[in-house]
Ligand binder design. Structure first.
Ligand code: PGA
Length: 257
């Protein structure tokens, strides 16, 4: 079955008020070039401080806004944290979960699964990140590591509901490719996406696995986006550095149209 593409931009800990100009320019480009029901979904994930501003900036365009993390609880005494209902309230429809930069700070698969469940409760679509380190790849463990992350980070479908399960995305992001300018070969990307889809089928069933988008992330740039998006089983990209300017991000979106 045909899966639409998703191009998601992760601003990470970047963006003061002036950065909103980039979001507006992306929204204008998408408004002009991607029809609302086109097979390319564009998501911008600013830091929490800009979520509601950017949500207002892109309102009325096909661009979606996502957060970069959420807490597992609904509300309560969690100083410094932000929960899924707050994300939805701020205008976020998506949330990145268990990015490797958070996993490096101790975020576990168990926590990731709880966050997926929390996001689903408020109808926020999770983009669940997995990926091996360079040492794990060198040791031949990449597929096993990613398989374990998928098994651990996805709660039962019954816990997230079928509507969210149908929209959830996986992002395969080899840790060693993030922010380094290095990318795996297209063959390696194809192999990891195929292996990931096999595990998804085990966990959420063959039908969900077939319809679920698996994004690639790690040094996606205007110059390599088309080649990566052409890889069998790649349904989009999670873009870090190159999402910070409308110029480079729109070129990547253009590659997906
Ligand atoms: P990068 O980051 O595009 O800057 O490598 C990707 C990511 O961390 O999602």
């Amino acid at each position: 079955m045909a899966r639409g593409r998703m191009i998601a931009g992760n601003w990470k800990m970047n963006g003061l008020q002036a950065q909103r100009d980039e979001a507006r320019a992306v929204a204008a480009f998408v408004g002009d070039n991607v029809s609302a029901n086109a097979a390319v979904e564009v998501v911008i994930c600013p830091p929490f401080t800009l979520l509601s501003d950017v949500a207002r900036d892109v309102a009325g365009t096909p661009v979606h806004v996502g957060a970069q993390d959420c807490h597992i609880a609904d509300t309560g005494a969690h100083t410094g944290d932000v929960c899924a209902s707050m994300l939805a309230d701020a205008g976020a429809s998506h949330v990145i979960i268990a990015h490797s930069e958070r996993r490096a700070l101790g975020e576990t698969d168990v926590l990731a699964a709880q966050k997926v469940r929390a996001a689903a409760q408020y109808d926020v679509t999770p983009i669940i990140c997995v990926g091996e380190t360079e040492a794990q790849r060198d040791a031949g463990e990449a597929e096993a590591v990613v398989a374990a992350q998928i098994r651990g980070s996805l709660p039962d479908v019954s816990a997230v509901g079928h509507a969210i399960a149908a929209r959830a995305c996986l992002a395969y992001e080899p840790v060693w490719a993030i922010g380094t300018g290095r990318t795996p070969s297209v063959d390696d990307i194809a192999a990891m996406h195929a292996a990931s889809r096999t595990v998804l089928a085990e966990v959420w069933g063959a039908e969900r696995a077939e319809s679920m988008r698996i994004l690639y992330g790690g040094s996606v740039k205007p110059g390599n986006a088309r080649a990566i998006l052409d890889v069998d089983g790649v349904d989009g990209a999670l873009v870090g550095g190159a999402s910070l300017t409308a110029e480079s991000f729109t070129q990547i979106i253009q590659s997906a149209i």
